[in-house]
Design a protein around this ligand. Structure first.
Ligand code: GMT
Length: 377
């Protein structure tokens, strides 16, 4: 396909949507497109140097007359400015609020001379969609986009049901970059962390929001470690971390549970795991589950949202009822206590992650949608 000039907007801080948007930008740049990130700061995953990648910072002035800084409007102006200066073909925004709304304004400023794709990642629909004060603006952001995608079938369906939008919503799954997992030496990382041969490692990675049910992970682990020598490693940080650290202390698990905080080398750290737990009560996709599978770590996940589209129950891990940490512990033990099942799950997890959700197959799906959108009247 002809190389395109694409503006990408996302939340640049730690989080799955920022990861996906950044990795998509990098991959598109590698495929010959010119990528312009228009964001409030440099996306944290943007570690690559590439001649096709440009960054435009959205700087919001703090005038005293404004009670709230007008980020959405500044972003819209910046989008229009960058689009005009660099003759962008399209804006690809991640999250309806506020990005799709800012893109709609930018399109108006450009007299319609640009296309807009919006990718929905979940939180804006699952949380904001239930807030009546924002439902109308989310709806507007979606309806005014030329193409809308969601990261799971679950999210596509839920958006249609909750927001009463007429727009077609395409499902394009999140992806992992095969390159990221090359050369990972699981054994040497486990050795560095002093993990014994007979010890099993449970991993969990999230932003520690309440919806991630970190407490259930700790309670499930408490049961697991009563049956086999094991450790639990947490990767990530967020509002619940302090409370969870206290809980670990109260339960007398401090020797076996480690909070690593936000880290860059997530694939290396995940690869230490024997099982990953993702017991969230809300999850439109569960990128952290996919990242674990990519390094051969089977996932025990809750039966909600898009998690069930990522894990194949009984093949790459187990799906258990949400809030039921005892079942989560039972499923984890089933996997860990049978070496041949564990090995099978490990292989099948990696195979599914790379074949079904590999960058090489998902990124061309976006390209096809860009092309289709550009031919719209
Ligand atoms: O889950 C979060 O709190 C972060 C949020 C984000 O913006 O990164 O995650 C959402 O987008 C991810 C990438 O598409 C998905 O993997 C997560 O499932 C989704 N989170 C929720 O739906 C709660």
């Amino acid at each position: 396909m002809e190389p395109l000039k694409i503006g990408i907007t996302c939340y640049p801080s730690v989080g799955g949507s920022g990861v996906v948007a950044t990795e998509l930008g990098i991959s598109l740049a590698e495929r010959g497109h010119e990528i312009h990130f228009i964001t409030s700061s440099l996306p944290f995953r943007l570690q690559e140097v590439h001649p096709n990648i440009f960054f435009h910072e959205v700087v919001v002035n703090q005038y005293q007359v404004f009670r709230y800084p007008p980020y959405d409007l500044t972003l819209a102006s910046k989008m229009a400015e960058v689009a005009k200066k660099h003759e962008l073909d399209l804006l690809h925004v991640h999250y309806a609020v506020p990005h799709a709304v800012s893109a709609a304004l930018a399109k108006d400023m450009l007299k319609g001379d640009i296309k807009v794709m919006t990718t929905l990642h979940g939180t804006d629909i699952t949380v904001l969609g239930e807030d009546p004060s924002l439902a109308n603006i989310i709806q507007l952001g979606i309806e005014r986009s030329d193409c809308v995608t969601a990261v799971s079938k679950f999210l596509s369906k839920q958006t249609k049901e909750q927001l009463d939008v007429t727009k077609e919503i395409e499902t394009v799954y999140n992806f992992v970059d095969e390159k990221e997992i090359q050369d990972i030496d699981r054994q040497s990382i486990r050795q560095k962390f002093g993990i014994q041969q007979d010890e099993k490692v449970i991993v969990h990675m999230s932003n520690f929001r309440g919806v991630k049910r970190v407490e259930d992970v700790i309670r499930a682990f408490q049961i697991v470690q009563g049956h086999i020598p094991s450790r639990l490693y947490f990767i990530g940080d967020g509002p619940e971390r302090n409370t969870m650290e206290k809980l670990v202390q109260q339960l007398g698990l401090s020797e076996r549970v480690f909070f690593l905080g936000n880290q860059m080398q997530v694939f290396q750290l995940l690869s230490m795991g024997d099982v990953k737990m993702l017991l969230s009560e809300k999850e439109s996709f569960g990128l952290a589950a996919l990242e674990a599978m990519a390094v051969g770590v089977p996932v025990v996940g809750s039966n909600i949202g898009g998690i069930q589209e990522v894990i194949e129950d009984g093949v790459t891990g187990r799906v258990v009822p949400v809030y039921d940490y005892e079942k989560a512990a039972e499923a984890t033990l089933d996997i860990l206590l049978d070496a041949s099942v564990h090995e099978q799950y490990r292989e099948q997890s990696q195979h599914r992650a790379l074949k079904r959700f590999g960058k090489q197959s998902i990124v061309p799906e976006y390209e096809r949608l860009y092309e289709r959108m550009l031919h719209l009247p």
